[in-house]
Design a protein around this ligand. Structure first.
Ligand code: PLP
Length: 213
């Protein structure tokens, strides 16, 4: 992990921050990354994240991002345990988050997740849906919409991903959103070339799940 982290730091431009996607990896692996200076961690399941956050509670400056599909009944827990949510995929969810955030006195940063290519396995707003809900999302108190998030379909060729990420970047610019959560272990260079400001990297940092190096 030491070498992979060093290489990522060397290759990532300053505007692209590294979200260490730690799902599937035990707290002790996150502790190693934190000792090397990594602060932002991405988790996709609340039940998995809570015990890890508790195990790392002695490291007070960690920044937790939720990147998984968010079920309505988990909204309050996610808000309590994460500063940033990358996976807001409907107006209904945004409204629920805004209501609960206000109750809890929180101001979470949110990314709206967009789906720019057909992808049966993944959620996300279409461009039309995004444009339609955007004025209402902006009007919600308590939420801070900061950017767009997208995931390239697994079967989309690498040479076509740059175009997908560029479309997402153009859409964010149109809405006046400055942050772009794009790029994973297999395609982060393409995402960074298109302007990603948050690359979400799991296996490319921690190794395959169960790997101790
Ligand atoms: C797991 C996951 C990642 C990291 O994937 P890797 O290919 O291991 O880098 C990034 N984003 C989301 C939404 C994920 O669920």
């Amino acid at each position: 992990m030491v070498d992979r982290l060093a290489e990522l730091r060397r290759r990532l431009p300053p505007q692209a921050r590294l979200l260490a996607v730690s799902k599937g990896h035990p707290a002790e692996r996150l502790r190693v990354a934190a000792a090397l200076g990594q602060r932002s961690f991405g988790e996709s399941r609340l039940q998995e994240a809570i015990p890890k956050q508790e195990a790392l509670a002695d490291l007070p400056d960690l920044d937790w991002h939720f990147i998984g599909r968010l079920q309505a009944n988990k909204a309050r827990g996610v808000l309590r345990h994460f500063s940033t949510i990358h996976s807001v995929d409907s107006l209904e969810l945004a409204e629920r988050l805004a209501r609960i955030a206000a109750e809890e006195g929180l101001q979470p940063a949110i990314f709206l997740q967009v789906k720019l290519r057909p992808d049966p396995g993944k959620t996300g707003l279409s461009v039309e849906q995004l444009r339609a809900i955007w004025p209402r999302v902006q009007a919600l108190p308590a939420l801070r919409p900061v950017g767009l998030m997208t995931i390239a379909p697994l079967d989309l060729a690498l040479e076509l991903r740059g175009g997908l990420f560029a479309e997402c970047a153009a859409l964010a610019a149109e809405l006046g959103l400055g942050e772009l959560s794009m790029g994973m272990s297999g395609d982060w260079p393409e995402a960074v070339a298109a302007g990603s400001t948050w690359v979400r990297i799991g296996s490319g940092l921690f190794g395959p799940k169960g790997c101790q190096r």
